[in-house]
Unconditional design. Structure first.
Length: 138
């Protein structure tokens, strides 16, 4: 399932050319990931209480179309699980007209905060904690 959240580009997020600063794309992606977890019933405090936390291991951003102040965008987020301790996070930042502004792809894991090691089956662990586990599956 692909989750999404809407964001409006704010003036203070712009660079000297008047378009969205490159680092802010990552902030939008991070916001969407946390909103997905929250919507599934896994806000940060619940994860911490269970002794786990999501970790980004790798992130790639492909910039496709500039964003300017006042633009409204939809930031999508989908977790794609495979075998092993890591999973892929696939995200898009889309303009209101559907134009792709950026693709954000990452590799993530779920960290056991006591042992400081990745959990062997992140999909199962997140699903066992979530109120709406369907939101967490790609």
């Amino acid at each position: 399932m692909t989750f999404s959240v809407d964001v409006t580009v704010r003036g203070y997020e712009l660079d000297t050319q008047g378009h969205l600063n490159q680092a802010v794309y990552l902030q939008y992606a991070e916001h969407a990931r946390w909103e997905l977890l929250r919507a599934a019933g896994l806000p940060q405090d619940r994860l911490l209480a269970d002794g786990v936390g999501p970790v980004a291991l790798e992130v790639t951003v492909k910039f496709r179309s500039e964003l300017r102040g006042g633009d409204r965008v939809r930031v999508t987020c989908r977790f794609d699980y495979g075998e092993g301790k890591t999973f892929t996070v696939a995200q898009q930042i889309l303009k209101e007209d559907g134009t792709l502004a950026a693709e954000v792809t990452g590799v993530a894991g779920i960290l056991d905060l006591t042992t400081r090691r990745l959990i062997a089956d992140p999909a199962r662990r997140l699903a066992s904690l979530a109120k709406d586990p369907d939101l967490l599956s790609g």
